[in-house]
Design a protein around this ligand. Sequence first.
Ligand code: ADP
Length: 646
Amino acid sequence: MTAESRAFQAEVGKLLHIVANSLYSHKEIFLRELISNAADACDKLRHAALQHPELIKDDPNFQIRVEFDAKAQTLTLSDNGIGLNREDMIRDLGTIARSGTQAFVEQLTREAEAAQGDGKGKKARPDVSLIGKFGVGFYSAFMVADRVEVTSRKAGEAQAWRWESDGQGEFTTSEADGLLSGRAGRGTDIRLHLRKDQKEFLEELRLRHIIKTYSDHIAQPIYLSEAGKRPVDEKSVNAATALWTRPRKDVTEAQYKEFFHDVGHSFGDPWLTLHFKAEGRIEYSALLFVPASRPFDLFNAERKSHLKLYARRVFITEDCKELLPPYLRFVQGVVDSEDVSLNVSREMLQHDPVIARIKAALVKRIFSELSSKAEKEPEAYATFWENFGSVFKEGLYEDVAQRDAILALARFRSTTSPGLVSLEEYLGRMKEGQDAIYYVPGESVEQAGSSPQLEGFRARGIEVLLMTDPVDEFWTSSVGAYKEKPFLSITRGEADLSKIPMVEDSPATKAEAASGSEVDALIARFKTALEGKVKDVRVSQRLTDSPVCLVADSAALDMHLERLLKQHQRLDAVSTKVLEINDRHPLVKRLASLAGSDGDGALAVTEAAQLLLDQACVLEGETLADPVGFARRLTAAMERSLNATI
Ligand code: ADP
């Protein structure tokens, strides 16, 4: 078969263009990415060899080699891992399948264009360092190379294949005689033809330093040598033992950090590092991290975990759903057990009692670490909560056994506190006579915090929690109560605040309410005028400054939830709402005094009913059923008021 050229998928083409032109200053990360791929390839083969030991019989010692050739100006990485055949090359080194990655490439492209348009280079340049995180680490080779050759022989197959590209839109695949490095056997050689300005990657000391810095934790030995020369010593550059198996005292902060970067493809420091060994009925080691920022796929529908499962140092799988519940998917790292069978298949993992026990223990451990952080370092805990609280709260309806523990760890924004509030703090601040935990749902803290329904609560000094995560709508209805205090939405059902006095200096405490009989007459008029448009009209205890507001009927869904569901086409029609009126408001009092009259007075009340309902809808962010009618009525009202005053 002859050589075959193909165009890169459009996203890959764009990505390569950005990578090749990047001014990113830590180009050495390409080596970490390629070594990490080589280690993964070894892990994959070791796993496959559990079923097919013949695959590694002739060469059972996994290793990674890095060879530099100053004369030819090449750097070659070799591994004896699983290898790639032609189809693998076309798929893995030519396309990007994952949608999150495609979005990342789009974003990089936009940033690159913006930076270019600026001309002065002042704008943030695209952050190429994120490349590994998005599963496109291989392409980082083009930061330092203007040509890359890959030769590979897949374990168990006879034919070797070559992939070659200058990163300019096309790549070529062809049959290869053998591996580039001349070694026999399976595995992959990746040869980088370094650009003229990248000679530093041909220096032994520099390479040794990079490998030590970024790849010391890699479990396979990494050997460094110069082409045509015998290696000075046959010692691996890295420590070459799985980091999680080392005692905690032998691992430095820097090593943990580098391992965290590798497992999570992350940057910066982890927010939490948890390294422990469980001995007893079930033996396992765990090295877990909570990142300091959100992983890009946190809100993907798959809700994938990022915990790698090993059985006695043999890699089993990287997305073991059974090891942690989905609401803890922000935890990354490795679990390695002595008791998980090496031959365990993915299907078997679902029913494996050992895995179930490890899961229970991990959950317990993570909860206790979070509790102690929350208690000892509330500020640091707040960062965690901002990042992952909305994911963690999924556990409130998915893991009933942990419900109280999650509620105890949950933090909220509230109407009376600038920082985050725990339910315990909320309970401690409840007013005498208050027997519920009040909350207001909304899109954002600002929007929820300016809801008219809050007025009566503010006037009484009652704290109200602002629930602005979409997930809040789901758990509040299923959880019901915390320490016997029910969660009540202030935008749904009746609010009985009669037992709680208004705070002395509130202006609302001073205003007289309209007389009962006039209010009854007004309510009757409103009901007739708004027939079919509202479920009910009643006097409100939750208003002080606004004349009216809408609330959901206690038998219906809360208003914000209805809107969310409607936006997502999960709901066709919304329910009719209850209109509450503020009988202390001057406008309402004036209308109440007109409620018994006929003629113009009656007409004014009917018009006002319509206008006030429309206004309440606008405040709720709902679309008006009759915008033309609204505009006409508003104009007429303005005309009347101008005629009366001028
Ligand atoms: P990622 O490693 O995050 O999936 P990369 O762009 O780094 O993304 O690599 C793409 C794919 O190419 C890998 O998933 C793997 O299937 C394949 N690959 C890369 N390097 C090797 C290698 N040394 N041996 C075998 N397969 C490899």
